[in-house]
Design a protein around this ligand. Sequence first.
Ligand code: NAD
Length: 481
Amino acid sequence: MLGRKKLLIGGEWRDAASGAVMPVINPATEEVIAEVAAGDAADLDAAVAAARAALTGPWGKMSARERGRLIWKLGERLMEQADEISRLETLHNGKPITESRHVEIPMAADCLQYYAGWADKVQGDTIPVKGNALVYTQRDPLGVVAAIVPWNFPLLIAMWKVAPALATGNTVILKPASQTPLTALALGQLAIDCGFPPGVLNVMTGSGSTLGQAIVSHPGIDKIAFTGDTSTGRGIMRSAADTLKHITLELGGKSPNIVFADADLDAAVRGATVGIFYGKGEVCAAGSRLLVDKSIKDQFISKVAERTKKMVAGDPLDPKTRLGAISSKGQLERVLNYVNIAKTEGASLVAGGSRTDIGTGKGYFMQPTVFADVTPAMTIAREEIFGPVLAAIDFVDVDEAIARANDSIYGLAAGVWTRDIKKAHYVASRLQAGTVWVNTYNVYDTAVPFGGYKQSGFGRDMSRYALDYYTQVKSVWVDLG
Ligand code: NAD
């Protein structure tokens, strides 16, 4: 048991004013591993007051370069503690330790250091105007940014918001998902250790319906940077209207991974499985719709099924494990329900399809699952499952591949597998998706923007583009007449 964790408000650890706590469960063992404070509107008032005060305190007066140095130091500290923080990420999320330690936590530190470099490079313009005046623009912070993040990449997605928000001089209230609060709290302690002034980074744990909703309605918060479910995003957009908050929404996906007959098929088989099974399929950009050229369909899907059957779930803390536990009981039930729907609607199950266990009789483990003969109208072709379930759909030519790929309310990512360079660029240009991967899948870099088209949301995480979503432009006129 990791003990009882408090809220970080104004540089101090505090219990929730109500005294309420929530359990944190290890999905690989079903055990309660910690308790965290269940914050609510009263605690939020205190956090907002601290974050507003910090805007005009030492943080507001700090030079951009000094801010950058502090953020860089936070990235350094995170890497120094990477073993321990990766372990926490795996304990509350169920992902393999190798993913936490070698991918997610290093990427979170990289994100901090990438934006540390931007802190003193966010500039305005001087603008020639009619008349005798000096006109320039400057980019001001928005104020208090609330980052509301999901449970699939808990610390990494938090850093996609926290790092650009801090680099541009905002203060932050970070609300992790209720299932995965431990690494955000650990980051809060690192920020204290690095010397961030009180109130610059506040970490609030609590439920989405109570604390999350209170954040969205709070008049003292200027921006909501949200990643999560599309339906939650719709609700946030509605509620944020009352106080006219800035919002960015990174939402769900149903991304197509398109395999043409002229592709390197072995590479495409690997890409199809990595595309859906990395992170147990709990990846917003997961290539959950496998679109395969009809002429190679049977051969290709049987290779994918063969490879899938070799993937066996294991203890997430074992460095050899590549497939961990589904993040929660509710999520496992949701995924199994989609498997049943797919069978009822007539899709052919060619791999997996059931709950499994790793010999302990405990834990929310699921076999990686592949369905063939899926039609575009079926539920598993339309709805985000957010689990290790692949739906294979065929197409007859390039136009049908593009039409089927775009036939979704979502538009987060897409993959294209072909050796024909002209076809690759043509298809990439016509896909309605925020990211297109050609002959690869699921690769990211902090310097590259990431976000959705259509109902996958708006705004961009990472890259210089994200800086625009944490700043506002001020025009200054100086009369020279
Ligand atoms: P979720 O929407 O249930 O929760 C996300 C966060 O919102 C959590 O912190 C939750 O507590 C909070 N929340 C819930 N209800 C709220 C409310 N009414 N008001 C304010 N906050 C509220 O999503 P999830 O189940 O944690 O995450 C899975 C979803 O996230 C999937 O749809 C996935 O595609 C999406 N996702 C998108 C991206 C992306 O970059 N586009 C990345 C990762 C995950």
